[in-house]
Design a protein around this ligand. Structure first.
Ligand SMILES: NC(=O)c1ccc[n+]([C@@H]2O[C@H](COP(=O)([O-])OP(=O)(O)OC[C@H]3O[C@@H](n4cnc5c(N)ncnc54)[C@H](OP(=O)(O)O)[C@@H]3O)[C@@H](O)[C@H]2O)c1
Length: 293
């Protein structure tokens, strides 16, 4: 184990999808882990960060206000969690001499670009969630210029939770047709693969402050849903394409928000495998959903 691999990994938001996976993988690798849920560490509480962060730690912030629709009518809270909270952690890390990795989102972009977004492309968040996450990026790098921001997208763990793949698995186990939008294009990303990238960044050697980490390739939600149906042995023809304007939601979604891994790879981050391979691995690990009764 190198010096950095033996550093303690401190996780905020450890009760969430990425936080749980990160704590599990890091512990499986024999690392020293302090994993704190929202009830143990509220990141909007500035002095709390000082209590948890120690010199030499690698702090990975998995806490966020992720309810994209609810954020539209709750901007103050979304800003507190997505911008002020990460700044609190960055300040504590800078003071203590700890490393800091913060997770951001493809929603800092909104398209329509049509080719994958590079790290330095102009951001243009379409809604409150993306705006507050972008404010978080600025706040973190202002407080700690050598922090890392890892942007990712369309995360799923594929178990029996509420992520897109889990929902499609449950629908595939039924017998109804399912309408899924085909005009939102993104980068489906397996939480386990993202966590591999986060731990690679944690181990040091990558200088680029902003990185992109998503499974390779791009898909519409419709294509992703069809791929889930196929993977669990259901008929993909039961998934029907519809347009976003048939399903209005409080928050606008980017029509195209694919993240390019090109500059991250040049900076030394191992590119994540193609999204269909990752999906197959997730389904193989967690299995199909139980048939509806
Ligand atoms: N999911 C995606 O598709 C996606 C895509 C791109 C980027 N991301 C980013 O990836 C990161 C991880 O997201 P995720 O998918 O794991 O989200 P998640 O499952 O919603 O987890 C977020 C966690 O943050 C916690 N949290 C909320 N407010 C907090 C606070 N004030 N202090 C401490 N913890 C707080 C939540 O706890 P409670 O449940 O108790 O509130 C929850 O456990 C986030 O930065 C997110 O913006 C996610």
């Amino acid at each position: 184990m190198s010096f950095r691999e033996s550093a303690r990994i401190v996780i905020s938001g450890a009760g969430g999808m990425v936080g749980r996976e990160l704590a599990a993988q890091a512990r499986n690798q024999g690392r020293d882990v302090l994993a704190l849920t929202s009830s143990e560490w509220d990141i909007t509480d500035a002095p709390a960060a000082e209590r948890f962060v120690e010199p030499g730690d690698v702090v990975i912030n998995c806490a966020a206000y992720t309810a994209v629709d609810a954020a539209e009518s709750d901007e103050e809270r979304a800003h507190a969690v997505n911008a002020v909270g990460p700044a609190n952690i960055a300040q504590a890390c800078a003071r203590a001499g700890a490393e800091f990795i913060h997770i951001s989102t493809d929603y800092v972009f909104s398209g329509p670009k049509g080719t994958p977004f590079e790290i330095n492309d102009e951001t243009a968040p379409a809604g409150v969630y993306g705006r507050t996450k972008l404010a978080g990026e600025f706040a973190v790098l202002t407080a700690m210029p050598d922090a890392h921001i890892v942007r990712t997208a369309w995360i799923y763990e594929g178990a029996d939770g509420s992520d897109f793949v889990a929902v499609m698995k449950r629908l595939a186990a039924g017998d109804k047709t399912v309408n899924v939008v085909d005009d939102q294009i993104g980068s489906p990303t397996y939480a386990a693969d993202l966590v591999g990238a986060l731990l690679e960044v944690a181990d040091g050697g990558i200088r680029e402050p902003v990185l992109h980490a998503t499974n390779a390739g791009e898909a519409s939600r419709f294509e992703q849903a069809q791929a889930v149906f196929e993977a669990v042995g259901a008929d993909p023809a039961r998934v029907r394409p519809v347009s976003t304007d048939q399903y209005p939601r409080p928050a606008p979604r980017p029509e195209y928000s694919v993240l390019s891994s090109r500059l991250s790879a040049e900076a030394g981050l191992t590119p994540l495998r193609p999204w269909r391979d990752a999906l197959a691995a997730a389904i193989a690990k967690h299995g199909p959903a139980a048939a509806a009764t």
